[in-house]
Write a protein that binds this ligand. Structure first.
Ligand code: SF4
Length: 499
């Protein structure tokens, strides 16, 4: 019988076809940038955890990928009596293998026993983490390990980094001992079912759906989508919350095409999406959009931020996952239609927050509406005002001037090419097809901007590359505010402006 790793069992829990493909067609896997970024974050958090659980560095760190999986299992068995902290210790029993993030020797009633900690780079405990811990505990105990307790350590998102490399408090433990120990039979069932799937000659027939990104993005999505019968008008294009009857129709009855969804199950916005998507027609309440925008006179500003966030904060005074703005683009449209531009980006490697806030205050002046697209900028301004009380008044004055174009777009406009979405990247091609994100060099969306920022800050990044990244970031953010100007002009019927 093949021994399945914990990650294979978790793949099975997500989708049996994913497990089968991982075992038999691993060549088809294509990890998204987002998935690769999350692997890196997991690695970073793992390193911090080692320092926190073994501050004197007396433990043993195994490297299964480097040393070999079987070798680590053998070395773990040989070292178990030494009673030292173990990191990535390996166990193989009951048809499964597991490598434990943290294993700490403890004494309980005079006995030498072990405490297990599984470390996750998320802000809370998810169901998949509970499955993960149950598998770890089962395999370790089936190998004969005297396991006293099991905990999951996740990131405490409200913790504030005091600086100086002090990460005490970054991780918060949740005890899962009783739960994990009580799920042994369940885990045995998963292993048996997963073994059956792996032995099959053909891949299981499972269609793409919500499970492809929940709890993790699946690396076979491109493959499965290529092979799926393409639904012409997927129900996933329906925006917003779905009522119980609609959810039942989709999730239980398996309805996947908009044409099969009765109108009476849809709210007005969903019905609009269905009607105009199937009819191939544009919905545009031009008078309504123009009337809303007419309340905000020129000159006007158009503002967009780029931000970075770290699971493990690197700047004093910041929290895990805090969105820290490092760049803005600001277009100004005068009464006569003259367009000017200001921008800010900080790739110095220092916390950019204060310089960003000061530059923003200087650039925005004191009068005129400031158009944004979504509430993202408002939330960041509010956070900056809290962090820098001396700048709070001018920052909150900027916040008071913000006008969000997104609700205006979603209330008054829909083009079938938007496929049920209203992000600026979905709306822009239907209004101003000459402005194209896909023609930008290097950075074409917010995720790429974050990755570029991280690369620019990395000590190994050469000066010339940093300059190149800076240019790409500026071009990208500038296009975001140019896009907003064009959307504004279209909705306010000011297409006469020489933009
Ligand atoms: S893409 Fe979806 S259907 Fe395909 S293997 Fe992954 S989870 Fe399963």
């Amino acid at each position: 019988m093949r021994s399945l790793s914990k990650s294979k069992l978790l793949a099975f829990r997500q989708c049996p076809k994913r497990l089968w493909l991982e075992v038999h067609r691993a060549d088809l896997i294509e990890w998204s940038d987002q998935a690769q970024a999350s692997f890196l974050v997991g690695h970073e958090v793992g390193e911090i955890a080692r320092d926190l659980y073994d501050p004197k560095g007396k433990g043993v760190v195994f490297e299964p990928k480097v040393e070999g999986y079987d070798e680590v299992v053998s070395r773990t068995a040989a070292l178990i009596d030494a009673q030292r902290p173990l990191f990535e210790a390996g166990f193989n029993a009951g048809g499964a293998r597991a490598y434990v993030d943290v294993l700490l020797p403890v004494r309980r009633k005079g006995q030498k026993v072990w405490r297990m900690v599984e470390v996750k780079s998320s802000a809370d405990v998810k169901d998949t983490h509970r499955d993960d811990v149950a598998i770890q505990a089962y395999v370790a105990r089936a190998s004969g390990l005297k396991l006293d307790s099991v905990a999951l350590a996740h990131i405490e998102s409200q913790w504030v980094y005091p600086g100086g490399g002090d990460y005490q408090g970054l991780l918060k433990e949740v005890d899962l001992t009783d739960e994990a120990f009580g799920r042994e039979e369940e885990v045995k069932g998963w292993i048996a079912s997963a073994q059956t799937i792996v032995r099959k000659r053909k891949e299981p027939e499972i269609g793409v759906g919500r499970h492809c990104s929940d709890p993790y993005p699946c690396g076979f999505l491109d493959y499965c989508q290529r092979n799926a019968d393409q639904v012409e008008f997927p129900v996933t294009w329906l925006p917003g919350n779905k009522n119980n009857k609609l959810r039942n129709l989709i999730e239980v009855e398996g309805v996947s095409d908009l044409r099969q969804v009765p109108d009476e199950l849809l709210n007005p916005k969903q019905l609009r999406v269905k009607t105009h998507t199937l009819g191939g027609s544009v919905y545009f309440n031009a008078d309504g959009a123009a009337a809303e925008l007419a309340q905000h006179k020129l000159p006007a500003l158009f503002l967009d931020f780029e931000t970075i966030n770290f699971a493990v904060p690197i700047w004093k005074g910041t929290r895990p996952f805090q969105q820290i703005p490092f760049q803005f683009s600001l277009h100004r449209l005068s009464r006569t239609g003259k367009l000017t531009h200001r921008e800010f980006v900080d790739l110095s490697g220092q916390d950019p927050s204060r310089r960003f806030a000061e530059a923003l205050i200087a650039a925005c002046g004191e009068r005129g509406p400031i158009f944004v697209y979504s509430s993202f900028e408002s939330n960041r301004i509010y956070e900056l005002a809290k962090r820098f009380p001396k700048l709070a008044r001018p920052l909150l004055a900027i916040d008071d001037r913000l006008v969000d174009l997104l609700p205006i777009a979603s209330e008054h406009y829909y083009h079938p090419d938007q496929q049920g979405r209203w992000s600026i990247k979905n709306v822009l091609p239907t209004i101003a097809p000459d402005l194209r994100y896909d023609e930008l060099d290097g950075v074409q969306d917010g995720g790429m901007a974050m990755m570029a920022f991280r690369e620019a800050l990395h000590p190994d990044t050469a000066g010339a590359r940093k300059v190149e990244i800076e240019g790409q970031l500026l071009d990208y953010c500038r296009l975001d505010t140019e896009a907003m100007v064009r959307v504004w002009a279209y909705f306010s019927r000011r297409v006469d402006f020489p933009l």
